[in-house]
Design a protein. Structure first.
Length: 210
């Protein structure tokens, strides 16, 4: 098995065990936005992997590809979660294929999307608000040298924690809602199960529920 295949295949390796309470920010404009926000776009997640602790043989190119793939996988899994529960929400969600096609047409790539103004992205996509997410990653080595990726709070912490942030911005670039969630005990077997764990908790506090 190649280093690249091993890196991708074992990107997520453990199970969710326990969780800590989320930290939630609500803007004073959030309540008023409920009468205005009808269509929401879901952006690719910004995933960052700690390049200081990569296993031998993992290249910068492999790292970049893994970050991007995980970011799009989490975008798709989040969109699918919302879509399957559409009747619970007062907003609809733009198809991620259309979202990504419009971003590409405007030369907004995975590498530069975090630098773009969220209000301008809303207007570009023709939506009333966008959901974006961030997930910082770190790589501890398991016994025997197998690669196991774990999520950390951005500044560090125990290697069996995951911290993911979801935020909602409107067309004025206003931050309406921010959800910081942390799990301890490891990560799901893949990006889909990771995102399901996140969304199961975040959706309980999602502001646009019927």
């Amino acid at each position: 098995m190649s280093t690249k295949s091993l890196f991708t295949g074992l990107l997520f390796s453990a199970m969710f065990v326990t969780s800590c309470g989320p930290t939630i920010y609500k803007s004073v404009d959030l309540e008023g936005s409920k009468n205005k926000v009808k269509i929401v776009g879901v952006l690719p997640f910004v995933v960052s992997i700690d390049s200081r602790r990569l296993p031998k043989g993992v290249t910068a190119e492999t790292l970049k590809e893994s970050q991007q793939k995980t970011g799009y996988d989490m975008q798709n899994a989040s969109y699918t979660w919302f879509l399957q529960r559409q009747e619970k929400y007062t907003v609809t969600f733009q198809d991620v294929d259309r979202t990504n096609a419009l971003l590409k047409k405007a030369n907004i790539t995975y590498d530069n999307i975090s630098l773009e103004d969220k209000g301008e992205i809303c207007k570009l996509l023709g939506v009333d608000a966008v959901i974006s997410g961030k997930a910082p990653l770190s790589k501890p080595m398991s016994e025997g040298g197998a690669i196991a990726m774990t999520f950390l709070v951005g500044f560090g912490g125990a290697t069996n924690k995951t911290s993911v942030t979801l935020v909602i911005h409107d067309t004025k670039s206003s931050l309406l809602w921010k959800y910081d969630y942390e799990e301890s005990g490891g990560i799901g077997s893949n990006s889909e199960s990771l995102t399901k764990g996140l969304m199961k908790n975040a959706s309980k506090k999602f502001p646009y529920k019927g």
